[in-house]
Design a protein around this ligand. Structure first.
Ligand code: SAM
Ligand code: SF4
Length: 374
């Protein structure tokens, strides 16, 4: 049976970064919903999930994401984790992560999380260069990143940082400074995402108006290659297109569970869930979410059952991004596979052993690889 995982979506941010279109709200956008009511609302959805899931499976991973989970007091995050533990049990050795903004955690906050059962923290670093942070409209002070990581390591958290490459105007030199700075933190894990210009964001409007240049795709690819080489020589190896880890043990088990299609319940406004090929997602606004729960209803907005062809496409899309590769026995189009080898997009040796694993060139053209297979 698939393993069980929990995601908790905390949809609050102090301010919205110009590039971000995540389901998150600043205090003035909450339309009467109070952040202090988050745990109460969560408890109501937890009750529903208990009814559906029973209690035969313990949680293998728990992930608090957002938004900014650390907008809430540490006692709220610990309280939610304790409720999950009471309902399902947290498996021995489970990975329990929270995302964090380097600006709103201190030693006391982190200590409370550690005592409450958290063992992994992912900090939103994005860049080490003040000018790039300004373009991204990040409000955190760059010096708070090493400070927070140091504190987390002292408390024996596993640590990770998120980087973004390809912000408008970001030069190769600036990106190199960010990569060097991230490596010098000696975290267990680094995620590096190409900046996506999302429709409807302030960044998209700035680009449309010509106030900022569009990200340059060739430069983004060069930045990826450079980062990958630096991470590798620092002992951080890629295990998914945008993720590098110091060892097998420090890979994000929670994200791997998504990528290989295990079962997870996503709690909170707008959160997505997946159980045995059935997918659903909650209403997005916290007030609408609370409204549904107040009526004794599920906060679900809609659901879908994956067809066999959707399941196949999703498997190809997600597993081909993994260094562990996609099982080639599910691909009927052998000609396409031969073409990918000929074009140096997938590793020939691994392909002969039955696994589709992207080459570095393939990682830069991952979307093309998937299009050729599905
Ligand atoms: C929910 S945030 C992490 C926690 C916290 N809110 C923060 O930003 O520090 C998740 C990550 O998604 C990435 N992200 C968000 N919007 C993005 C975009 N448009 N393009 C690329 N990465 C993005 C950022 O790297 C961010 O760290
Ligand atoms: S990137 Fe993080 S801090 Fe910025 S708006 Fe999005 S969720 Fe909030």
């Amino acid at each position: 049976m698939a393993t069980l995982h929990a995601y908790v979506h905390v949809p609050f941010c102090r301010v919205r970064c110009g590039y971000c279109d995540f389901n998150t709200y600043t205090a003035t956008e909450l339309e009467g919903f109070s952040q202090s009511d988050f745990v109460n609302q969560f408890a109501k959805e937890l009750e529903i999930s208990r009814g559906v899931l029973g209690n035969s499976r313990q949680l293998e991973t728990v992930f608090f994401g957002g938004g900014t989970p650390t907008q809430l007091p540490a006692s709220d995050l610990v309280g939610v984790l304790a409720l999950l533990g009471d309902s399902f049990g947290i498996a021995t050795g489970a990975e329990v992560t929270t995302e964090a903004n380097p600006d709103n955690v201190d030693g006391f906050y982190l200590e409370k999380l550690r005592e409450g059962g958290f063992n992994r923290i992912s900090f939103g670093m994005q860049s080490a260069v003040p000018e790039v942070l300004e373009t991204l409209e990040r409000t955190h002070s760059p010096e708070n990143v090493p400070k927070s990581v140091r504190l987390a390591k002292k408390l024996e958290f596993e640590t990770s940082v998120d980087l973004i490459y390809g912000a408008p105007k970001e030069t190769m030199d600036e990106w190199k400074r960010s990569v060097d700075s991230a490596i010098s933190l000696e975290t267990d894990h680094i995620s590096a995402y190409a900046l996506i210009v999302e429709e409807g964001t302030k960044l998209a409007r700035q680009i449309k108006r010509g106030d900022l240049p569009e990200p340059d795709e060739d430069l983004q690819a060069a930045k990826y290659e450079w980062a990958d080489a630096q991470f590798a020589s620092a002992g951080l190896n890629w295990y998914e297109l945008s993720n590098w880890s110091r060892s097998k043990q420090t890979e994000s088990r929670h994200n791997i569970a998504y990528w290989v299609g295990n079962d997870w319940w996503g709690y909170g406004p707008g959160a997505h869930s997946h159980l045995e090929g059935e997918r659903w997602w909650n209403v997005k606004h916290p007030s609408a979410y609370a409204g549904k729960l107040a009526e004794g209803l599920s906060p679900e907005a809609d659901r879908e059952t994956l067809t066999e062809s959707q399941k196949f496409e999703e498997r190809v899309l997600l597993e081909s991004r993994l260094a562990s590769g996609l099982d080639l026995s599910i691909i009927e189009n052998k000609e396409a596979v031969a073409g990918l080898i000929a074009d140096d997009l997938i590793d020939a040796k691994q392909a002969f052993q039955g696994k589709l694993v992207l080459t570095l060139r393939g990682r830069l053209l991952a979307d093309l690889v998937v299009r050729r297979l599905v």
